[in-house]
Design a protein around this ligand. Structure first.
Ligand code: PHE
Length: 344
């Protein structure tokens, strides 16, 4: 019996030495000190011994039990400390390391252009207003001299929001011109405002067409406003945005809601008018449509065309950075490719 205890001690102690984690330690405890553990079994067997033997063996067994228990406790503490050290080691941070660089956002080229355009006009006394993107047929077409079945509706391929049965009276606005009507309905002259915003056209996208893009509309109505005011204002705008040396050209164009209607072009800032790829060898770049507000439009909002006159213009916004930076595909603007956007 004593020999058995001696062997048990050697084995238990050497196993304990080799343990390096709390899970194994618990298994060890169960194996030797548990209810069915080796030492417990020995102690239970004491009853079968003679009184004499029981005394000696019992003393040795108890001593062994105390040895194993204190060994267990020491090991437990050592492992816990080790765990703590490991954790600290793993989670340690070097506060002297340089931090991650903070990436600074930037404004989208369209946003920048919109702000530039609006600030040029607001410095000339135009207020900046915005309007709804889902618009009534009345404002988008009807009030702008484009009644149902008018061929000019073909100039805009339209996203209808209402279903056919509902009379198709609402749509995603195809231009910002409906805001001319909304503005004039709400105020009496003088009116001077620019309207930046999104417009939508139902078309297949390619390098020069997007189904959504931005426009800036302009409107000025007062007593005695003439075509000269329109030219002066837009000349000044072109020079501020594209450079003081820019020349501008007006040519006849047709929009049902202006009379007369014009298209404005600036001389190409790449070739200075000599002709190049950017201006398709014409020397001129078209940048906007404009004209004098049609008397019928004025009448519709209860402005007397014999007293008041006005001009209106509308320009595509993406076209400006497109030209300025030589971007060859309009789809790049809204495909959210950071490699493109980071260049601005
Ligand atoms: N709304 C016209 C377009 O989208 C542009 C325009 C605005 C023309 C105002 C004349 C006056 O093509």
């Amino acid at each position: 019996m004593l020999k058995e205890l001696e062997e048990l001690k050697t084995k238990a102690v050497s196993e304990l030495d080799g343990i390096d984690n709390l899970g194994d330690l618990e298994k060890w405890r169960v194996r030797y000190l548990g209810r069915k553990g080796s030492l417990t079994t020995v102690l239970r067997g004491l009853g079968t011994l003679s009184v004499e033997e029981r005394r000696t063996v019992g003393a040795v067994a108890n001593e062994l039990k105390a040895t194993l228990e204190s060994g267990l406790q020491q090991k437990q503490e050592a492992l816990k400390t080790q765990n703590l050290v490991d954790t600290i080691e793993q989670t340690r941070i070097d506060v002297t390391l340089p931090g991650y660089p903070v990436s600074i956002g930037r404004l989208h080229p369209t946003t920048r252009t919109l702000r530039e355009v609006c600030s040029v006009f607001s410095s000339m006394g135009f207020q900046v207003v915005e309007g709804p993107e889902v618009e009534w047929d009345y404002y988008n077409f009807e009030a702008l001299n484009i009644p149902q079945d008018h061929p000019a509706r073909d100039m805009w391929a339209t996203f209808w929001v209402d279903t056919e049965g509902a009379g198709r009276s609402r749509l995603l606005r195809t231009h910002t011109s409906p805001m001319q009507i909304r503005l004039m309905e709400k105020t009496r002259p003088p009116v001077r405002a620019v309207v930046p915003g999104k417009v939508y056209r139902y078309e297949a996208t390619d390098a020069t067409h997007e189904f959504m893009f931005y426009q800036v509309e302009g409107l000025a109505v007062d007593k005695g406003i003439t075509m000269g005011d329109l030219k002066g204002t837009l000349f000044e705008f072109a020079r501020r945005l594209f450079g003081a040396e820019r020349k501008a050209r007006f040519r006849c164009d047709y929009f049902p809601f202006v009379e007369p209607g014009v298209e404005m072009a600036i001389d190409c800032f790449v070739c200075q008018g000599a002709g190049c790829r950017l201006c398709s060898n014409t020397g001129w770049i078209e940048i906007l449509g404009a004209g004098m507000v049609h008397p019928d439009v004025l009448r519709r909002v209860d402005y007397d065309p014999d007293v008041y006159t006005g001009f209106a213009f509308g320009m595509g916004v993406e076209r400006i950075p497109l030209l300025k930076y030589g971007i060859d595909d309009i789809r790049l603007f809204y495909s959210n490719d950071l490699r493109f956007l980071k260049q601005f």
